[in-house]
Design a protein around this ligand. Sequence first.
Ligand SMILES: [Zn+2]
Length: 266
Amino acid sequence: MADHYNHYPLKHFAGIVADCMGIDLPEPYAPGIDWVGDILKRRLGGPADRVVAYHADAVGHYIWQQYTSLLAPVYEHTSMALPFLSTVESVTPVAHASMYTGLDPEGHGIRTYVRPQLTCRTLFDELIDMGKKPVIIAQTDSTFLHIFAGRNMPYFECANAVEIQEKALELLESDMYDFISIHTFEYDNAAHAYGPESKEALNAVAIEADGFDRLARMMQTFKGKHRTLLTYSPDHGQHPIAGGHGAHGSKMIEDMNIVHFFGTIA
Ligand SMILES: [Zn+2]
């Protein structure tokens, strides 16, 4: 059977999230997806005033297909699974730049594994200009800390997925931030080292899913006070390579197809 690539490119991510927040992003951002926004906004009952965007790096569509139960903690708090197609190249800076600029790689200029500070507009810039308070929490040397640097917003760097969870819980509890963007790559690291379906890598998927669960539970305590949009949003997948390792960056289906989960707490 031929490879089937997922339909929606990642560049719709910013538009979907903004739509749920009641923000109309200008050109050249790719728009949201109408039916997705309609469903999520109906569940929110009004514009989301909190967004928790959880980016578990490199968790591919086939990991979801083959190890579905590992994502039970994500299912617990989400109501929509949306297949996405990663960028060419299927590497973190290219993909995350597309997600937050709403642009194809040729538009934002990051087309391979380089990590310049983006000079074009990002969802973070739009939020800041509207007086909203975004924050980035990311693992040490995360792409987020490079390409989204230089904005008037706080950046927190943590050593591993569990430290990220602790910091994110603290920031969510503080109720100071409107948009919490989290980048964790325990799975990516383990999949590169031991292979995408190794027990080490699958354990990392579980650790990161558990982190999503903890953050969602925290936001449940704000139910009635905030309308929260949750997203579990990987950037690309990984494929196995010789020596029991993993890699990505290609147009292979394993690298390109991913799935995002969206949830609402209102
Ligand atoms: Zn990687």
